[in-house]
Every structure is written in C-alpha cells, then in structure tokens.
Design a binder for this molecule. Structure first.
Ligand code: SF4
Length: 55
C-alpha cells in the first residue's frame, strides 16, 4: 500500500525532493504519489509541514 497525499497538501513541494524513487510529482492543486513507484519508506511524510501524507 503506497503512501497518499491528502487535501491538506498546500503544494509546497517539500516532499518531492526527498523521495528516493522520485514517486512524487505536482498534480492539480496538490502533489501526488505514483503508487506503482512508491516503496512505502515514509520519508515524504516526515518532510511534510502540514501532515498531509498518510500511510
Ligand atoms: Fe517516496 Fe517513500 Fe514517500 Fe513512497 S513513502 S512517495 S517512496 S518518499
């Protein structure tokens, strides 16, 4: 189960640069995680200032 980014995302981009497999990209109004690429490491969740990334 990949991590997901909720509507609490403010599109700051902090998470994208932290992902070791480059699974995060800017979407429409919020950032999105490519579920097929995500390895569930949790690095992005720790980097998010609004707590928008959930396991
Ligand atoms: Fe990338 Fe890890 Fe976040 Fe998955 S959990 S999107 S691999 S940083």
């Amino acid at each position: 189960m990949a991590h997901v980014i909720t509507d609490a995302c403010v599109s700051c981009g902090s998470c994208a640069g932290e992902c070791p497999v480059n699974a995060i990209s800017e979407g429409d109004g919020k950032y999105v995680i490519d579920a097929d690429a995500c390895i569930d490491c949790g690095t992005c969740a720790a980097a998010c200032p609004t707590g928008a990334i959930e396991a």
